[in-house]
Design a protein around this ligand. Structure first.
Ligand code: ACO
Length: 384
């Protein structure tokens, strides 16, 4: 037991303060290294699939062929939603944000699957399977329903990523598009103690159900400083409009002390390794389909930001190129954050499982800055 009488230094944003011990992923922000369970992200992006990576993150080692096949076979039928879940989602306002719809639907799964047995490995596996399987279906279903369409049922013969793209468009994606999307999911699957993961372990530490854990993480991811940035990057590229406007735009942001979406990271002080991989994927997609003129603006933006803000360690982050990739894959911008959540559910669940194994409820302290011993002023004596 630590000595609670020793005061700790208060650091806003808990910068550099460890919140947990974890063997799930590792980041070296100065060298630009990201590893899941010790395997470099580049290796996984090149060789693994999202579901295999999910297994690795949650159960700690790469599955054998038999284990992977069993996991994939378990996921497939669970992609369907109960009709009551679909009916509930039909009542969501079509103008609402897709992240709010996802957070609500994820939490609602706790109502439909109410059994809670956190010390039972079968229960853990079942919860993992349900959440990994159903989140893409819920994202696609809300997208269809808000347009007035019936949700498109999942197709059992399609792989995880391909099935999601199919449920969005009702078209079977090109194999390259499906593979690139799967890599995007792998790249976003886990990232040490980021804000939404922190939120997930705090919620997990109360021993609530896994659906509440994932719902709280989705709500945290929704903010523009975290998962909402991808959507904003495309808005910025369109606002800039042409390569010649990039420099004045950056100079204006610096003068007004405005953050440029898609740049900067609490941990990475050089270019995010995932941004490098995503940039290559974007180029691959342009070759296979058609060029995106916003890519020229993005390249210039990265160049100018690096020149002007590189000395502060501000470089392109994972969100900078992912929007261009997603747009080419036919994913609308309001789904960028939900797609991020679809991927990150793997990391959140891995941290949930890890937290349960060593659980102690989170109860930090605070530095009180208010008054003491004030008198109560009756309502009629108060002046504004
Ligand atoms: N544009 C311009 N300047 C920036 C940016 C940026 N995007 N990011 C950081 N800076 C500057 C800050 O103004 C600050 O300058 P100062 O020292 O002169 O005051 C310095 O770099 C350090 O920045 P902090 O805000 O202290 O960095 P912090 O670690 O707190 O924030 C964050 C990281 C929130 C990601 C920030 O860089 C940001 O808001 N970026 C834009 C939003 C974004 O892309 N978010 C996605 C992050 S990746 C993810 O969550 C998956």
């Amino acid at each position: 037991m630590s000595d609670l009488s020793i005061p700790c230094e208060y650091r806003p944003g808990l910068e550099n303060i460890p919140a947990a011990q974890s063997s799930i992923s590792y980041v070296d922000g100065k060298k630009g290294i990201l590893e899941y369970r010790g395997i470099p992200i580049g290796e996984l992006a090149a060789n693994s699939t999202f579901l295999e990576t999910t297994y690795l993150l949650i159960w700690g080692q790469l599955p054998t062929l038999q284990e992977l096949t069993a996991f994939e076979d378990e996921i497939r039928p669970h992609r369907r939603l109960k009709y009551q879940v679909r009916d509930m989602m039909k009542c969501f306002p079509e103008t609402g944000h897709a992240m709010d719809a996802l957070q609500t639907s994820a939490a609602a799964l706790g109502l439909f699957y109410a059994r809670r047995a956190l010390d039972d490995p079968d229960y853990i596996r079942q919860a993992v399977v349900r959440l990994v399987a159903k989140i893409p279906t819920m994202v696609a279903a809300f997208h269809q329903m808000r347009k007035g369409n019936d949700p498109i049922s999942p197709k059992d013969n399609l792989d995880y990523g391909a099935n999601f793209l199919y449920m969005l468009t009702e078209r079977q994606p090109h194999p390259l598009a499906a593979r690139i999307f799967d890599i995007c999911l792998t790249l976003h699957a886990e990232h040490t103690m980021n804000t939404s993961t922190f939120s997930s372990i705090i919620t997990a530490s109360t021993l609530t159900d896994p659906y509440a854990v994932i719902a709280s993480a989705v709500g945290t991811l929704a903010g523009p400083l975290h998962g909402g940035a991808t959507e904003e990057v495309l808005e910025v590229l369109s606002e800039i409009g042409s390569v010649k406007n990039v420099r004045p735009y950056v100079e204006k942001c610096i003068e007004k002390e405005e953050k440029i979406p898609g740049f900067g990271h609490r941990i990475y002080k050089i270019k995010d390794p995932r941004a490098t991989i995503l940039q290559k994927l974007a180029e691959q997609l342009f070759e296979q389909t058609s060029y995106d003129p916003d890519y020229d603006i993005a390249l210039e933006l990265e160049k100018v930001v690096t020149e002007k803000l590189g000395h502060k360690g501000v470089y392109a982050n994972v969100d900078f190129y992912s929007g261009l990739v997603y747009r080419k894959l036919g994913i609308p911008s309001e789904l960028f954050a939900p797609v991020f959540a679809m991927a990150r559910v793997a990391g959140w669940l891995a941290h949930w499982k890890e937290q349960l194994a060593v659980n102690r409820i989170f109860r930090p302290t605070q530095v009180y800055t208010g008054d003491h011993d004030l008198s109560y002023v009756p309502l009629e004596q108060r002046v504004s």
